[in-house]
Structure formats: C-alpha cells, structure tokens
Design a binder for this molecule. Structure first.
Ligand code: 3PG
Length: 398
C-alpha cells in the first residue's frame, strides 16, 4: 500500500480486509485491542490520502447472523483511534451497503458487518467474492491473522478487484516472520514452548533448518524427557509422540543445532494456581507431581545461551503462565528478550500465547516485533504459504 500514490487513492473506494477478531467480554467490551491498534497505520494512511475506506473483518466463528458476533462494539474504539466517526453497515453486501459506500466522504471510514454472517465467506464462494469486490476500486489486505484462510474476503475477492495489495501490518509481519527468519542475523535462536509437541512439530522441524540454538520449554518437554527415559510423574506426555521427540533430538544433533531442554523444573501436586510446588532436577520428578514451569537453573542456562545471539524468535510459553506461581520461567524469558532487544538483538514474538505472556509481563513495547497472528504465524513459521498473501500482487514473501 505504501507504493500507492495519492492520485491512486484520492476519492477511491478501498476495500480493506482487517483482522478485528478481538476478544470481547460478556458485556461486549474489548479485552485486548492489539489487533485494532495494529490496523490503524494502514487505515490512517489511506484516509490521509483522501481514500474512501471500507473496512471488512470477521469476528469469531458464527454460524449465520449472530448478534453477539456483531462488529458494532468495535466502532467506538476504531473511531477513537482514527479520530473520525466510523460509520457501521448492518451487512457486508447488498443495496443498503452500496448506499452507505456511496455516501463515504473522501477520508471517511465505513465498517462492514461481520463477513462470516454469510456462509459463502468461508466457502470462498465466487459470487459472494464478486459482490464484495463490486463495492470498491481496489483491495488492501492487512488481515495478517486471517491470511491462512482462503476465504472470500481474504482470497476470492482478489480475483475481481485489482490491484490487490498488502497493508503495512501484513508487510511488517512478513518482513519479520519470513524475512528475518529466513535471512537472520546470526547466531539465531528459537525458543519454542507450549503444552503440546504435536501442535509445534512443523515449527520445530522448520526452525531446525535455520537456527543455531533451539530452547524448548512448556508442557511439551515432558514428552522429550520421557523419550529419554526420565520419570515424569503425572506431567503432560503425548505417548504417541515419544519416537518423534527422539527423532527431533537426533535431527538437531545431526544439524549441529544446540538444542537445550530445561535442566530443572517447578513441579506441582495438582493443576491449580494454589498447588503446592517445589523445584526438582528434570530427571527426578516424583510420582503424583507434574511439571508446570521451567526451574531457576534452566532460566540461567537459557538466558546465558541467548547472550551471544543476534536474532531470537519465541513461540509458546515456558510454563503455565496463567497461574502466577508458574509464570516465573515465562516472565524471565520475556525479560531476557527485552534486555537483549535494548542491546540491538532482533526479537520476534511469534503469535498466540507467547504474545499474551509478553503483554502480561508488560514488555510488549520492548520487542522488535509482536505478531498479531495465531494460526497464521504458526503456519508461516512452518514454512507454509498463506493463501491471503499468495493472492496479493505485491507482498514480498511467502
Ligand atoms: C485468529 O484469531 O487466529 C484469526 O482471526 C483467524 O480466526 P479463525 O481461526 O476463526 O479463522
């Protein structure tokens, strides 16, 4: 979108797909507005050049029209951030919408209703995509979080609306998650956590081709421990992934990747915020206890191993950080990354729970990049092409 000139934009109707799929509480208040704020630079850029901005997004996974999945609660925050009154349509296609689009002044913004209120959206129905396309003169995709979906508003519409270009957020996500990861300043370290190996296999395998150091934390480590013959008590283990864990350890060795598992863990007598806890060596978790965080020795070794790095990507927490008692490892890693960021290390937080963890630690502003994608970041880190990116004329990667 940065390549578009003022003459390309003045008075033009621009269909901007954003990802406003934000969490709402029971009173429909936004509980995390990160995605709304992340969408602002592209919208402002278009407004300032006199474009007529048509915003489209999904919210949740509604089956048909469902009031609690309306995008209406987004209007006040969007208006506040953009400094204009954002108008809201009751649908995303049809005559009423066409009238509202025709009434958008230069520099004005209209938010269309949840595009998933039409089942044709997820089916990527060509007729529906054509109707969306007919509303505008050009298409901007800034919905990185939805770029792994080949839906009508993220993919199909590009066939009928040219040019189709990437917004600033989309481009920034690609620059970091593809650019910095495939062409990193070395040494390059990845920290992968989260509860299950099964959901991170693709990411670990892909990163093993690129990194010098791989640190593993979170619930997935117990599958690795068990594969090495350690007693893991009642920790989470994916029995059907034991062989895979061994294979990944061997693969790291053969690639010369320094793969570190935590040397100690914080264990609990139950899965609860008020559980009794103690720190033990990774190889001696007693029966009846489960590991819920990495221990102080692991924090020290992990931190030291990161000292020499120039690029770090982090995906997945080190422990059950939702419980304060077991958030120490995750917070310590977040602090270490913040410290290294200050020293010029590129720090990339690759989506999902690790983003929530960094935000909980109050360190979000410190990182080089915090992804707004969950599934999209994961697929990109696995090396998969994203349909919403492939469909664009100008996105520089994937
Ligand atoms: C997300 O929150 O990951 C995106 O908005 C995509 O949502 P979806 O998983 O419902 O397609």
């Amino acid at each position: 979108v940065g390549d578009l000139k003022e003459s390309d934009l003045k008075g033009k109707r621009v269909f901007v797909r954003v990802d406003l799929n934000v969490p709402l509480d029971e009173n429909l208040n936004i509980t995390d507005d990160t995605r709304v704020r992340a969408a602002v630079p592209t919208i402002k850029y278009l407004m300032e050049r006199g474009a007529r901005v048509i915003l489209s997004s999904h919210l949740g996974r509604p089956k048909g029209v469902t009031p609690k999945y309306s995008l209406k609660p987004l209007v006040p925050r969007l208006s506040e951030l953009l400094g204009v009154q954002v108008e809201m349509a009751n649908d995303c296609i049809g005559e009423e919408v066409e009238k509202l689009v025709a009434a958008i002044p230069d520099g004005g913004v209209l938010l269309l209703e949840n595009v998933r209120f039409h089942k044709e959206e997820e089916k990527n129905d060509p007729e529906f995509a054509k109707k969306l396309a007919s509303l505008a003169d050009l298409y901007v995709n800034d919905a990185f979080g939805s770029a792994h979906r080949a839906h009508a508003s993220t993919e199909g519409v590009t066939k009928y609306l040219k040019p189709s270009v990437a917004g600033f957020l989309m481009q920034k996500e690609l620059d970091y998650l593809v650019g910095a990861v495939s062409n990193p300043k070395k040494p390059f370290a990845a920290i992968v956590g989260g509860s299950k190996v099964s959901s991170k296999i693709g990411v670990i395998e892909s990163l093993l081709e690129k990194v010098d150091i791989l640190l593993l934390g979170g619930g997935m480590i117990f599958t690795f421990y068990k594969a090495q013959g350690y007693s893991v008590g009642s920790s989470l283990v994916e029995e059907d992934k034991l062989d895979l864990a061994t294979t990944l350890l061997e693969k790291a060795k053969s690639k010369g990747v320094s793969l570190l598992l935590p040397t100690d863990v914080v264990i609990a007598d139950k899965f609860a915020p008020d559980a009794n806890s103690k720190t033990v060596s990774a190889s001696s978790i007693p029966d009846g206890w489960m590991g819920l965080d990495i221990g102080p020795d692991a924090i020290k070794t992990f931190s030291e191993s990161l000292d020499s790095t120039k690029t770090i990507i982090w995906n997945g927490p080190m422990g059950v950080f939702e419980f304060d008692k077991f958030a120490t490892g995750t917070v310590a890693i977040a602090k270490k990354l913040a410290e290294l960021s200050d020293k010029g290390v590129t720090t990339i937080i690759g989506g999902g729970d690790s983003v929530a963890a960094v935000e909980k630690a109050g360190l979000a502003d410190k990182m080089s990049h915090i992804s707004t994608g969950g599934g999209a970041s994961l697929e990109l880190l696995e090396g998969k092409p994203l349909p919403g990116v492939l469909a664009l004329d100008d996105a520089t990667s994937a």
